[in-house]
Design a binder for this molecule. Sequence first.
Ligand code: SF4
Length: 170
Amino acid sequence: MIWYILALIGAAVLLFFLSLRLRKQIGLPGGKIIYSDVKMWGQPLEKPLFDGSIGLVGKPDYLIRQKGEVIPVEVKSCRAPNAPYDSHIFQLAAYCLLVEKVYQVQPTHGLIHYPGRTFSIEFTPQLREQTLTLISGMHRLERSTNIPRSHQESARCNSCGYKNHCDQRL
Ligand code: SF4
């Protein structure tokens, strides 16, 4: 029996340190992980966040609750740029809007993590407005037919926040 209890304690300590290491690797801030789209240790994946009023649905990589705030974190595997790509900023801002709707708390900022580098993005009223405008523009485009791609740059598609839904991706 004592060996069983010791094994359980050992497993708990191991999981604790693994989780600390993972948090450090992906640049998560302190606070409680309340949502994760990344499968960890057999946990089921979360349902998407949804705001029907603006027609927005999305799955942030992580949401961290920290002192009453909810901070979205987006983890990117591409090489860290000097400044975050616009598409990544708008993707993060869209998650801020979803947090606003679902958790009834407006994030002050979110984090974009690239390998070895994390950017904190302030969720300003200006970014909020720009994101809402972008979303309504996208819905307008969705309603129209056959909008052609305006470039031949595969790198641009690779870093685009809509690449998983775009049938014109390079
Ligand atoms: S994935 Fe689609 S929307 Fe994004 S840059 Fe490429 S063509 Fe444009």
